[in-house]
Design a protein around this ligand. Sequence first.
Ligand code: DGJ
Length: 740
Amino acid sequence: MGIIFHEQEKTFHLYNKEVSYIIRVMENGQLENLYYGKVIRDRESFMHLHEAISRPLTSVCVPEPGVLSMEYTKQEYPVYGTGDYRSPALSILQENGSRIVNFTYVSHEIYQGKKSLSPLPAVYTNNEHEVCTLEICLHDEVINTDLILSYTMFEEYPVITRNAKLVHKGEESIVLDRALSMSVEFQDMDFEMVHLSGAWARERYVKERKLEMGIQAVQGIHGTAGGAEHNPFLALKRPDTTESQGEVYGFSLVYSGNFLAQTEVSTFNMTRVLMGIHPEGFHWKLETGESFQTPEVVMVYSDRGLNKMSQVYHRLYRKNLMRGQWKEQPRPILLNNWEATYFDFTEEKILSIAKKAKEAGVELFVLDDGWFGARNDDYRGLGDWYVNLEKLPDGIAGLSRKVEEMGLKFGLWVELEMVNKDSDLYRAHPDWIVGVPERFESHGRHQHVLDFSRKEVVDYIYEMISKILRESRISYIKWDMNRYMSEPYSRGLAAKDQGKMMHRYILGVYDLYTRLTEEFPEILFESCASGGARFDPAMLFFAPQTWTSDDTDASERAKIQYGTSYVYPLVSMGSHVSAVPNHQLLRITPLSTRANMAYFGTFGYELDLNLLSEEEMAQVKEQVAFMKKYRRLIQVEGDFYRLLSPFKGNETAWIVVSPDKNQAVAAFYQRLNKINASWLRFRLEGLDKDTLYEVKCNDTVYRAYGDELMYAGIPVDRELLNKEGGDFASLLYVIEKAEP
Ligand code: DGJ
């Protein structure tokens, strides 16, 4: 790994054993990208990769006889108004009404390690020798502003992280109308854009589309979340790239607010990728001495398909993004009461569910929505973070003590960013909600968004919730967020600062997370937003797991978990076994399939185990025991390979393999059963071809070498599938190294 600077041609070569990234300072002082892709050897000059030609209709940006034009140049950080008519990364409004800027190279610094972007979350290093960073300082003389572009290269991963920072020194103020985190350009357009899109209960479906000339983008502009609609991620893959082979470039934004992830293909067939805070509604004024830090983008290059890209994200996010005591730790098996009781519970009922959970071997009981204020339905109570003594006469302190005395840990649900109008908090502070005075304020799920761009609001919520955490025995918090922001306006900000509101809101959320995680480091936080509407890398920095979806149907989960795994590690995916008929789809799936799906995540239950038969309860005990045995492999150590896609057919399959390749757990799921059907086989990946393995599936056991399992595959036994229930049946394979 290294970053080499070639003085003569002012060229930077960032490289490790897998990837090269080459930048040069052009004759106009701006930066050009010469190459991004599979590692190439270093050379004194890469000038042959620069192409310039005189074309009709172009604006030339160097004196005659030069021909350089920004229109067809692969720029590192394009700005508005230069003769480049594609979308820029930066646009700055100045006091004279101009938006023209010219940032030119001044200096650079190369160092080991990586700086924190606090208060923004970002990937960090465990040891400064695992990365090196290049910071390039560019300057615009007229407005007297520095632009610092940072690139961090990892030794072990084909990863480059990027961010941009503006430091304003001029006398006159400037306004950032657009300040994205990065731009990357490719010489051609022979790509498919891959993104993760959907809606509530069908989050992060895999979508692929061929790039065409013009703009294609995904975005989130609801302020409080990347959203169920589009994840802050996109990848560019070659048309023949599959899960296991071919080139792909991944871009993942470490941010939870409004975002833009855009590709633009020029009429010269060049592709530009832009990513960062969405410019819509963004208007950030900088006075002398002030600066603006953009969030980080994590770029992954893989020449071995989408699985390799995902494995890199998984490892990096497990080891260099998640923090605290739960980093790289197997997760407690929990039981959550939401689908068991919804709002309708008493202490007695809760304790009876917890008792049965303990009997099954569950380790953590989680009390979901409905324990506070007048919260007997979703019309009231949000904001009143004190216990409802009618339901829980001994308070959370008493209940948590009783649950702990049973031998379980206790967890609690909160939704700190929201308020119902029917609450003491709203009655006391009606001006604390987001919205424009004298205009209609939209509601969602009967609730309003608290204005976390104001420090006094965050302080107040912190005081209320930290009191409960101090007084009770709480080991886990589920931090929910159940509506998007509308009418974004802060009653606490001056008119000139309204364009800062949505970013400041997210900084307020990060501030509260920071205070709570620092004061209560032992608590495991799980983020949630109407299911999986805020599943982003920034959340994982604070809460190392996220509720993946409100859709708990095991068969639907195949798609949701498959798509989520493109970027997010299994240990971050909240996954529960729920009751049948399923509450979202009314579908009946076998108990074995519900567990076989939930194993590939944090694993837990979301039903009243008292309602199960003795036989089912015995099965649950076996499931809990299985997960205790294999969770370290599945959640913490293993590499995950997607094998069959639920987006392409009736079957889904995947496998987790230990780093030493001695152990693996694979799963095969079908949707509908088939009669008199053809043979069915699926090929494993990640095993050692020369190792002899023992493969166990239910009561059948056989031996096979890695090469057989990977190249010939596993024949799926349809009779076993029938025994497991036919429709929506699944099979789990435990594969361990055997003595020859
Ligand atoms: C939405 C979450 O996704 C659910 O799991 C549950 O916690 C409800 N909110 C509670 O209101």
